[in-house]
Ligand binder design. Structure first.
Ligand SMILES: Nc1ncnc2c1ncn2[C@@H]1O[C@H](COP(=O)(O)OP(=O)(O)OP(=O)(O)O)[C@@H](O)[C@H]1O
Ligand SMILES: [Mg+2]
Length: 373
């Protein structure tokens, strides 16, 4: 519900007070002090207390006193016209009425002012409490995020070290199998059943080899060879590479690359791998076509690049495992794409995050520091 603006509320309060004082004054003067109207006249005189109390209640001490002065001003003509210009009539209570107006304005003003001050200080405390709560919540979130990153990095590094050895061991026999299969394939002619088997063998060995190479890349990442590079150029070179694939998959590409990005020290080959993995993932998430938006901009000391697709999105259960090596939801995936992306960005002191909604799409955001080191 929309709240009424303060000035609007005050406007109505002031109008009500003015009308009340004018109304009471009219009735007060119209009734006179003749015996017939004397009772009513006395009542009207006391009705002036109401706006004074209300004004004190609404506007505090200043309001109470100000209204008492205004009411006294309206009451003053009595002094001149009825009592012959002297305050000291033989009806002293009437003169004292002016004093009473001020006393009422002062006392109710002080009381209401105290209440207002207490209310304001309470509101301030509540605001401060809410602010510190928000701050605490943000800090807790950052802490949880850092903890998760730390745990992930730890997991990756332990797994990486352990498996790098195994991967090495696997590559050697793989090379032998491949060599043998190639020798065998020379013995058969295309069209022979055996030839087909050997071809399958070579294809599968190649696939396995790619997995192992990918894994070695991940497990034993090369330190980045930093070169002053234009990130947009790196992105564009990857987009050029994937252009044909995008067309075939009916993916509409939108680019919004900022013109005034500073050059940064990155390993362009590694960054190509990052962008390629993200773009391929996005394309694979849109098997029936869709839209891929690639954007870059500067945000204070970092360059930010986002890759948004209109694909299948990522379910809540999957989200925690995305960067874990070998986690894949795809039949032929290795599950190393994002783990490598993560590693490379870590080597560049950058970061990666994502937001996603199932059946709507996913947006990956990477950040790279502008300052070298
Ligand atoms: N843009 C995206 N939209 C939806 N899901 C995604 C997206 N990017 C990654 N994923 C999910 O994250 C998982 C891990 O991605 P990752 O790139 O690490 O491996 P992969 O793509 O499955 O395999 P590989 O990259 O080796 O082909 C994917 O299997 C997929 O479920
Ligand atoms: Mg992938």
């Amino acid at each position: 519900m929309a709240s009424t603006p303060a000035y609007y509320k005050n406007y109505w309060k002031i109008t009500a007070l003015v009308l009340f004082v004018i109304g009471v004054s009219i009735f007060h003067y119209m009734t006179g002090t003749t015996h017939k109207h004397h009772g009513l006249h006395e009542i009207y005189r006391r009705l002036y207390y109401v706006p004074i109390i209300l004004s004190a209640f609404w506007f505090g001490l200043k309001g109470g006193l100000f209204c008492a002065i205004i009411v006294s001003f309206f009451y003053l003509p009595h002094v001149f016209y009825q009592w012959g210009g002297s305050f000291f009539t033989n009806d002293l209570p009437k003169t004292l009425e002016i004093v009473l107006y001020h006393v009422i304005g002062l006392v109710t003003g002080i009381l209401s002012q105290r209440q207002m001050d207490a209310k304001m200080s309470l509101e301030k405390t509540i605001k401060e409490r809410d602010e510190s709560y928000d701050k605490l919540k943000k800090q807790a979130e950052t802490l949880a995020q850092s903890e998760e990153q730390l745990r992930r990095a730890d997991r990756l590094s332990a797994l990486g070290k352990l498996s790098a050895g195994i991967a090495h061991e696997v590559r050697n026999p793989l090379a032998s199998i491949k060599g043998t299969a190639e020798i065998l394939s020379d013995k058969f002619k295309p069209g022979d059943k055996e030839y087909e088997f050997v071809e399958i063998l070579i294809k599968e060995v190649n696939r396995l080899d790619a997995v192992v190479v990918g894994f070695l890349d991940f497990a034993k990442p090369k330190p980045p060879e930093l070169k002053l590079s234009k990130i947009n150029d790196v992105i564009l070179s990857v987009l050029k590479l994937t252009e044909h694939q995008m067309d075939r998959s009916k993916i509409n590409l939108e680019t919004r690359l900022s013109d005034n990005l500073p050059s940064v020290y990155v390993d362009p080959e590694q960054m190509k791998q990052v962008f390629l993995n993200l773009i391929i993932n996005a394309a694979q998430a849109m098997p029936d076509g869709g839209e891929l938006e690639v954007e870059s901009h500067r945000n204070s000391s970092v360059i930010v690049c986002t890759f948004s697709d209109t694909g299948i999105g990522i379910s809540t259960e999957q989200q925690n495992d995305l960067f874990t090596p070998f986690y894949t939801s795809k039949k032929h995936g290795t599950g190393l794409g994002l783990a490598i992306v993560y590693r490379i960005l870590e080597g560049h002191k950058g970061g990666i995050s994502f937001i996603t909604e199932e059946n709507k799409g996913t947006c990956f955001t990477i950040s790279l520091p502008i300052e070298k080191g």
